[in-house]
Design a protein around this ligand. Structure first.
Ligand SMILES: C[S@@+](CC[C@H](N)C(=O)[O-])C[C@H]1O[C@@H](n2cnc3c(N)ncnc32)[C@H](O)[C@@H]1O
Length: 222
């Protein structure tokens, strides 16, 4: 079965509409301006990572930019609830505009640094992050926001091989456990990974650290 055949025509139309909105945004949300390429880089990548998985519950997309992968997953799994966070307000306003045009009632967009948002937010069943930070930094930003038993999904490219040792060191300090590393290939031939960590114990006191500290003094190097 063709990959796209697993989605209804209504859902496929929303993916296409989202790509059109992304590439035509005046706020430079993506360097990919070709519609077909953008379908692969943004929609296919967001979805293939979760092929064969069913998402349920509440999720946070940290460093969502123009809403990727959060908006795509919110469309694909309408029964899930999403909070999409980015520190750049104009990007978040665009996410709000896209959600409204696409009539997505399961998406909330928040303009904040994630380290600040962590202090006031309730917890989520899972977090997704694509192209935000090195593995150890990403895990530190996500861990406090997840329920115990919840899951962090990192979208990674081939660079994961070089950064995984940092992520593993950090995970031990954050009450996280590595669960899986799933490889997939986009239809343009590029290879990707979905890396999965589970929160097995409470995040130790002191996290989140102040804004910027996670990347300035990464846990994977201490
Ligand atoms: C390269 S973009 C990736 C956007 C999107 N996830 C994607 O894959 O297209 C990284 C985004 O993360 C956001 N970001 C980085 N650090 C952040 C932080 N500490 N809190 C909130 N957003 C952050 C940036 O503002 C930027 O929009």
């Amino acid at each position: 079965m063709n990959f796209w055949d697993s989605f209804s025509s209504d859902i496929c139309e929303r993916f296409q509409r989202l790509v059109d909105l992304l590439i035509s945004s005046p706020h430079n949300l993506t360097s990919v301006k070709d519609r077909e390429k953008a379908m692969i880089i943004h929609i296919e990548d967001s979805l293939l990572a979760f092929e064969g998985r069913k998402l349920e519950g509440s999720y946070i997309d940290i460093g969502s930019g123009g809403g990727i992968p959060g908006l795509v997953l919110a469309i694909a799994f309408p029964e899930t609830e999403w909070v999409l966070v980015d520190s750049i307000t104009k990007k978040v306003r665009e996410i709000e505009r896209f959600s409204s045009i696409l009539s997505l009632s399961n998406v909330t967009a928040v303009a904040s640094r994630i380290e600040e948002y962590s202090k006031e937010s309730s917890r989520f069943d899972g977090a997704v992050m694509r192209a935000v930070a090195r593995g150890d930094v990403a895990l530190e930003l996500a861990a406090p926001l997840i329920e115990r038993g919840g899951v962090i999904y990192l979208y990674k490219g081939p660079g994961w091989e070089d950064e995984k040792r940092f992520a593993f060191l950090a995970s031990a300090k954050l009450g996280l456990q590595f669960r899986d590393e799933m490889s997939y290939r986009l239809s343009d031939g590029s290879s990707r990974k979905l890396v999965i960590f589970k929160k097995v114990s409470e995040t130790p006191k002191g996290f989140p650290r102040k804004p910027g500290m996670a990347s300035k003094f990464p846990l994977g190097e201490k």
